[in-house]
Design a protein around this ligand. Structure first.
Ligand code: DX5
Ligand code: ZN
Length: 216
C-alpha cells in the first residue's frame, strides 16, 4: 500500500474553512490531520469542538485527530462523537498510557501515541503492540511551519525495527516540517503517514502539492 498523505487543517484559511475542506475532499489526500492544542501541554491554542463539528459535516475522508492537551482521557468520547477516526494522545501527557489507549479503542477509534522530539523510541517497547499509529513529532509541537528536525530519520528507522520485532501493526506518522525535500526519504525509512501543513497550504496550488506528496 502506498503511503498516506494527511494535510494539516491547522494551516487552512479559517475564514474559508469549508472551501479548504472541499479542496482536500477533491484532492489525492487520504486523511485530514486535526491538531487540538490547549495552551498547557503546548504553548499555543488551536481550536476545539465547533471546528470538529464543521469537519464532521463536510470532510469526506477520515479525521486523524492529534491531541496536544493535558489529561486527554477527559475528551475521548467527545472526539468520538464529533467524528474522529483516529485519536492520538501524547506519551508525555499520559500517566496511564495503556489505559488511555484502551479507552480510545473501546470507544471505537484507532488509537495513536505521539512522541516529542526528545522522547526515545525505546520507551514505546511495552505499548507498541497495542497502538494503531505512532506519531513521531519532527518539530516541537505547538506551531505549523517549523523546521524539520533531522534526527527524525534515525527515529523512524528504529521505530520500524521495533514494530517488526514486536509484530505490531502500528503505522508510522511523521508530523512537522514535512516538505518536498524530505518526504521521499521519510517514506524510504519506513514512514506510512505524512502530515503536511505549511507545505500544502503555503503552496500556490495546494491540490497539486498533495498529488506530488503522494508520488514516490
Ligand atoms: C505541530 C502540529 C502539526 C502541524 C504541522 O504541532 O502537530 O500537525 O500542523 O505543520 P507543518 O507541516 O507546517 O510543520
Ligand atoms: Zn499534528
Amino acid at each position: 500500500m502506498s503511503h498516506i498523505v494527511a494535510p494539516s487543517v491547522l494551516s487552512a484559511d479559517f475564514g474559508n474553512l469549508q472551501r479548504d475542506i472541499e479542496m482536500i475532499n477533491a484532492s489525492d489526500a487520504d486523511w485530514f490531520h486535526v491538531d487540538i492544542m490547549d495552551g498547557m501541554f503546548v504553548p499555543n491554542m488551536s481550536f476545539g469542538f465547533p471546528v470538529m463539528k464543521v469537519l464532521q459535516k463536510h470532510a469526506k475522508k477520515p479525521l486523524d485527530v492529534h491531541l496536544m492537551i493535558v489529561d486527554p482521557d477527559r475528551y475521548t468520547q467527545a472526539f468520538r462523537d464529533t467524528g474522529a477516526a483516529t485519536l492520538t494522545v501524547h506519551f508525555e501527557a499520559c500517566n496511564h498510557l495503556h489505559r488511555s489507549i484502551q479507552n480510545i479503542k473501546n470507544a471505537g477509534m484507532n488509537a495513536g501515541v505521539a512522541i516529542n522530539p526528545h522522547t526515545s523510541i525505546q520507551l514505546l517497547e511495552d505499548i507498541i503492540a497495542d497502538v494503531d499509529l505512532v506519531c513521531v513529532m519532527s518539530v516541537n509541537p505547538g506551531f505549523g511551519g517549523q523546521k524539520f528536525i533531522e534526527n527524525t530519520f534515525h527515529k523512524v528507522i528504529a521505530l520500524k525495527k521495533l514494530i517488526e520485532d514486536k509484530k505490531s501493526s502500528a503505522k508510522i506518522e511523521i508530523d512537522g516540517g514535512v516538505d518536498m525535500n524530505n518526504y521521499k526519504k521519510l517514506v524510504a525509512c519506513g514512514a506510512d503517514v505524512l502530515v503536511a501543513g505549511n507545505t500544502v497550504f503555503g503552496s500556490t496550488n495546494p491540490k497539486e502539492t498533495i498529488s506530488q506528496l503522494k508520488q514516490i
